[in-house]
Design a protein around this ligand. Structure first.
Ligand code: SAM
Length: 346
């Protein structure tokens, strides 16, 4: 028999215990293509039709669909003919593969790469280092060697990271008026979503995406349309090779991968390459100064522990790195979304 105390088990605690079950329901429905099949269908579908379409067991699919209804990712209509499912606005917009705002690839990256790493969070906290060796059996000399351990992994990473900018890329690029900068370099620009956002918002600028050679080749092949005028590419290692000259350097989700020492090393190099009157734009998720929130930034900082050599930082911590590297007139703009912007001047 349950005691009264057990029955009063705090609701919040139960929610936390179930957090990863919720993530996995959403990831699995994405992976199996539940939202895509419903989007493609002209009408609401029964669990039997969905299971047949996706080649799954009926009883497994029924439970998955009902859990998705509980999570408001699906709607159910029950009639004399049975139960029929359709997408909700959130799944239609963000979880179907073909939507322009799709977060499908991010879900897959979380499910297949981040999730296995987080199984070793305890070890990461104990040892203070990332957990590639335990999670994937590789002992990386460099973080990005591990991240890009295969062509397929690199593509998943690039798709996964690029997706968020369809939701908040415009906010961070518009946080400051960047129109005075016409030569912009997106350092570690990856798949190029922010560069594309930049050229579409600022008609006078040219953006050079700087990244590791294999990332640049993949960006050209899979992400940035060849006819995309005003976007150039530059292959190199930003710690070892000369940087292309620019008026503004964008570093979006770069510094959070690295230790303070590496950040100052990179920012000092940026400061030296930067034209006089130019600057650097950092785009990162910001912790509150007292580190008491926001929760997403706190979780992402743990993610950086499990997964990279870096951490998320507060505005004061970024300002300190910028000042140590010779930047001045540092301004911070909170976008109210997941990522914020910090501008430093040479
Ligand atoms: N800026 C992109 C964004 O926010 O979507 C990508 C951010 S991702 C976390 C870090 C990027 O830095 C990757 O594209 C990676 O290939 C690049 N990178 C890592 N080490 C690098 C290096 N040594 N030289 C050049 N690029 C590097």
């Amino acid at each position: 028999m349950s005691s009264v105390k057990e029955l009063n088990y705090p609701h919040l605690l139960i929610q936390y215990q179930n957090g990863f079950l919720i993530s996995k329901v959403m990831f699995t429905a994405c992976e199996l293509g539940v939202f895509d099949v419903l989007q493609e269908s002209e009408e609401k579908l029964s669990s039997k039709a969905i299971a047949e379409h996706l080649g799954s067991s009926l009883h497994g699919m029924e439970r998955l669909l009902d859990a998705c209804v509980g999570l408001k990712l699906l709607e159910i209509e029950v009639s004399k003919e049975g139960a029929f499912y359709c997408n909700t606005e959130i799944s239609e917009q963000f979880l179907t593969k073909s939507s322009p705002k799709s977060q499908y690839h991010t879900c897959m990256y979380y499910s297949k790469t981040i999730y296995p790493c987080w199984q070793y969070l305890t070890e990461a906290v104990r040892e203070g280092k990332n957990q590639y060796e335990r999670a994937f059996g590789i002992s990386p000399k460099a973080v990005f060697e591990a991240l890009y351990r295969s062509e397929d992994e690199m593509l998943k990473f690039m798709y996964g990271l690029n997706a968020i900018w369809s939701l908040c890329g415009r906010d961070v690029i518009a946080a400051f008026d960047l129109s005075p900068f016409t030569m912009i370099c997106d350092l570690g620009g990856g798949a190029g979503a922010l560069a594309q956002e930049c050229v579409s918002l600022y008609p006078d600028c040219t953006v050079t995406i700087f990244d590791l050679p294999k990332v640049i080749q993949t960006a050209k092949k899979h992400f940035v349309p060849l006819e995309k005028y005003r976007i150039n590419f530059y292959e190199g290692d930003f710690f070892k090779d000369p940087l292309p000259e620019a008026e503004l350097y964008i570093l979006a989700r770069i510094l959070h991968d690295w230790s303070d020492e590496n950040c100052v090393q990179l920012l000092t190099k940026v400061q030296k390459s930067c034209k006089t009157g130019g600057g650097v734009l950092l785009i990162e998720t910001l912790l509150n100064e007292d580190k008491c929130g926001p929760l997403e930034s706190q979780l992402y900082s743990l993610n950086m522990l499990v997964y990279t050599e870096g951490k998320e930082r507060s505005p004061a911590e970024y300002s300190k790195l910028l000042t140590a590297s010779g930047f001045k007139e540092i301004e911070i703009k909170k976008s109210g979304k997941l990522y914020d912007a910090i501008l430093g001047r040479k």
